[in-house]
Design a protein around this ligand. Sequence first.
Ligand code: PEP
Length: 248
Amino acid sequence: MKKLYLIGNMKMNMSIAELEPYFENITTIASQSSNVVGVCVPYVYLDMAQGMLNGSKVLYGAQNMHFQDSGAYTGEISANMLEDFGCDLVVLGHSERRAYFHESDEEINLKVKKALEKGITPILCFGETLEEREGSMAHSVVERQIVGALADLGEEDVSRIIFAYEPVWAIGTGVSATSEQAEEMISFAKRLIADEFGVNNSIMLYGGSLKPSNAEDILSKPSIDGGLIGGACLKLQDFEQLINTKVE
Ligand code: PEP
């Protein structure tokens, strides 16, 4: 049986009232699964995540961070602060941050380096838009994003990153990539990382409208190590089914 990574990205959703039963239940669900389970929550709920998930099998973390340690960056959160809350994970380079907050590959590279320095596992997202795919630019865009985000990093650092291929056209649309499209791009990205950085066994997730009905098909593909899950992680029943996915 393949050991899968199932990591939820809650985005700007949930409340204290909703998270209390959610965290309570997810620790039980994760404890009964042989897969790796994680949740990336809004910053303001990290305190609660630390209180309720620490010591359980559930990894937790944030959805972004700044690359500076401290300073005059109103509204920002540093890796030191995530460390204070015991974060295991941080999502970096999500397409929503690239699109709405104009994050560049250079900035994402600084964030990846800082997270690694602090011992927080980056979940590094990459993926093309529909226009880029239709213009036969998907592979060059993915290559630019990966090489840019990993600039100046060596084999040991790169081996500590979890990657997530998230085609922008599949995120939150209900229309996932086909399992063949996901496998093709993820095997391309894995080969690139092996060739450029000498890491032959990188962990790479698929993200984009992953749900119980398509999980087995997508996650059974040989290069795909798990899923980064947006919408479906908000409904505990759906997330539970995803966490319990078993594939060879
Ligand atoms: C995401 O934003 O990381 C994501 C995968 O979203 P969704 O599952 O809702 O498409």
